[in-house]
Ligand binder design. Structure first.
Ligand SMILES: [Zn+2]
Ligand SMILES: [Zn+2]
Ligand SMILES: [Zn+2]
Length: 139
């Protein structure tokens, strides 16, 4: 019955992935993989840190979550407010994140890619700066 094995592990993987999804849905704050892992373990979910990391990476790749780098260099994740393609303005001091759409950026990229003969293009645009609150605090 070795054929049944992949089905079992796929089901478990799906269950673990949806546990991570639920943990992200429960908060609007940025959480590190370690935070989410500890939270899931405390809730009785049997999941490895590597699995949490891998699923978060998948979510980040498909723009389901926002990713920021904390002051200590760790990556922190938060479920995006929108599922549409968008970009982020990220405060480099407090990690406050604003989701922005950039139709001009999209059409510019399409144009230059087409001109260079590229197809199947993808891009990442993240804008770092000081948010209004941090700007005021530093003034
Ligand atoms: Zn986002
Ligand atoms: Zn800030
Ligand atoms: Zn874009």
């Amino acid at each position: 019955m070795t054929a049944a094995q992949p089905v079992v592990s796929r089901t478990r993987a799906t269950r673990q992935a949806s546990a991570v999804d639920d943990a992200l849905a429960a908060t609007t704050d940025f959480r590190t993989a370690q935070d989410l892992h500890a939270q899931l373990r405390a809730a009785g979910v049997r999941i490895g840190l590597t699995t949490v990391y891998r699923h978060l990476q998948t979510l980040a790749d498909t723009e389901v979550v926002d990713v920021v780098r904390t002051a200590t260099g760790e990556l922190a994740y938060r479920r995006c407010a929108t599922t549409n393609h968008h970009h982020h303005l990220v405060c480099r001091h407090c990690a406050h994140t604003v989701e922005v759409e950039g139709p001009e950026v999209e059409s510019w990229l399409d144009r230059i890619a087409a001109r260079a003969g590229f197809t199947d293009i993808a891009h990442t645009v993240e804008i770092a700066g000081s948010c209004p609150r941090c700007t005021a605090a530093r003034a």
